[in-house]
Structures are given as structure tokens and as C-alpha cells.
Design a protein around this ligand. Structure first.
Ligand SMILES: [Zn+2]
Length: 274
């Protein structure tokens, strides 16, 4: 579907969507802090981790408050972690690039939802080495439903086909990574990968399809190995250190959404000589 907007409306939409992303980033920060600690992500209101003061709405404005307060709490002057600002900026940017690529496509809101969940999962996994079931199992349930509602997500013409293809990729993604995890555990005689990663790839398959499953396994393994080797070389980690895999799965999934699927199409077209 092509809808042409006048230029002023185009800039206006882009700015609104950047703001929307920043707001979702603010919500993501709450989830990143509370999900691994077992709290509700809706109540109570946010408070300063140093002095427990409730944060007023005007000190909780995405991006602006962090800059305005110069990264310090208004009450106790305690440091506010840069991660809060980073997550807000990251999601604002992701929302904008997804919008610029997909526009009024039915996949746009689904990719926004995925970007939010992936950023939350990546930051939690990075810090706590866990991927909450609320994200992974939630994604495994939601993927097939959204694939039926918007079959374009799976490149299918009907709700029924969208649903079936999604469930197939869910099973494929979980099985493929479960196999890698089991073989890794046998080879290294310790847990090579958590079940959280297996569930996450199942969820990503349910949203993005079977081609994405292969792209994500290869992309996440390559980038994870590259970063791992660099960390060992710079002596931040040893060969025995555990490195979370979730952030690399999330990164590879976002690369797939933003261009990987196009490259795949170009590659298969080149292989078949057309
Ligand atoms: Zn404080």
C-alpha cells in the first residue's frame, strides 16, 4: 500500500514516531529494571533507586529529563545510569527506521512491538543472564496470532497459511537451537546455552519465518563469537566466561527486519540465475 504524504506531514509523522519510540523506551527501562526482580511493570510509580523518592512526571520525560537533570536525581543528586538514556534513544531510533522502511505496511506496528521486546530482553540478558518467559513464551504465543491477523508478516496470502507457517517456523527455531544447545553441552561438558535462548529463537521464528531462523542463528553466532574473541583478547573475559547469547539473537533479528530479508531474496535470485 502506497500512501504519499506532503513533505510537512512526512516530517511531522517522523517526529511523532521518534517520540513514540522514546516513550516506549521509557517503558522498556521500567521492564528492564523490574522484570528480573519479579515486580509488576505497571505499578507502582517509578522512584529513584538511591533515595526512593517517587519521580515526578516532569522528571520522567523521555530523553529530555535525563539531559535536563544532567543524569542526577533532583532530590538526592544520585547518579542516573546512562543506560536509561541509551534505551530511550535506541528505541526512538529503531521506531523511526522501521517507519521509514515500512511506512503504512501492516508489519510496522508488529516490528515496533518486536523491537521493544527485543531491547528489553537484550538488556536483561546482558545484565542478569536470563531471558524472562514473559517475553519469550509471550512471543511464541503472540507470533502465530499476529501472523494470522497480518499474513503479510509471513509473506502469505491468507490467515490460515500465515498461522501455519508461523507455527512451523516456531518449531523449527526452537528445535534447531535446542539441538545446538544439546550438542554444545555434550561437547563442552557444561551448559553451552540456556533454554531462554531456545525459547527466544522459537518466538523469533513465529514472527519472522523459517528463513529468518537460519539467518539469525548464523548472524548471532558470528557476531557473538567476534565479540567473545575481542573480549578475551582485551582480557575482559577468559575462554571459560559465560557470555549471554540473547543480545546477539536480538541484534540479528533486527538486522533481518531492516535488510537481511532483502539480501536473502537477492541472494536466492542470484543463485537461481534470474
Ligand atoms: Zn534520589
Amino acid at each position: 500500500m502506497t500512501i504519499l504524504l506532503p513533505l510537512w506531514a512526512d516530517y511531522y509523522f517522523a517526529a511523532l514516531i521518534f517520540l513514540l519510540g522514546a516513550c516506549l523506551g521509557s517503558f522498556a527501562n521500567v521492564c528492564i529494571y523490574r522484570m528480573p526482580r519479579g515486580g509488576s511493570v505497571v505499578t507502582p510509580r517509578s522512584h529513584c533507586p538511591h533515595c526512593r523518592q517517587t519521580i515526578a512526571w516532569y522528571d520522567n520525560i523521555p530523553l529530555c529529563s535525563f539531559l535536563g537533570l544532567r543524569a542526577r536525581c533532583r532530590h538526592c543528586r544520585g547518579q542516573i545510569a546512562f543506560q536509561y538514556f541509551l534505551v530511550e534513544l535506541l528505541l526512538a531510533a529503531l521506531f523511526l527506521v522501521i517507519w521509514l522502511k515500512f511506512r503504512f505496511d501492516p508489519r510496522t506496528p508488529i516490528y515496533w512491538l518486536m523491537a521493544t521486546a527485543l531491547v528489553i530482553g537484550a538488556f536483561i540478558d546482558f545484565e542478569f543472564m536470563i531471558l524472562p518467559d514473559r517475553l519469550t513464551i509471550g512471543g511464541m504465543l503472540l507470533g502465530p496470532i499476529l501472523s494470522a491477523l497480518a499474513p503479510a508478516l509471513q509473506g502469505q496470502p491468507s490467515a490460515y497459511l500465515g498461522f501455519c507457517v508461523s507455527v512451523g517456523a516456531l518449531v523449527l527455531g526452537s528445535l534447531a537451537l535446542w539441538l545446538v544447545a544439546t550438542l554444545g553441552t555434550l561437547a563442552f561438558r557444561k551448559e553451552a546455552m540456556g533454554m531462554g535462548d531456545v525459547k527466544l529463537l522459537g518466538a523469533l521464528g513465529a514472527f519472522l519465518g523459517w528463513k529468518a531462523v537460519f539467518f539469525i542463528i548464523v548472524g548471532a553466532s558470528l557476531s557473538g563469537a567476534l565479540v567473545g574473541v575481542m573480549l578475551v583478547l582485551t582480557q575482559h573475559k577468559t575462554m571459560a566466561s559465560k557470555i549471554p547469547f540473547g543480545p546477539y539473537l536480538a541484534l540479528a533479528a533486527l538486522v533481518w527486519i531492516m535488510g537481511g530479508s532483502d539480501w536473502w531474496g537477492a541472494y536466492t535470485a542470484w543463485c537461481s540465475g534470474s
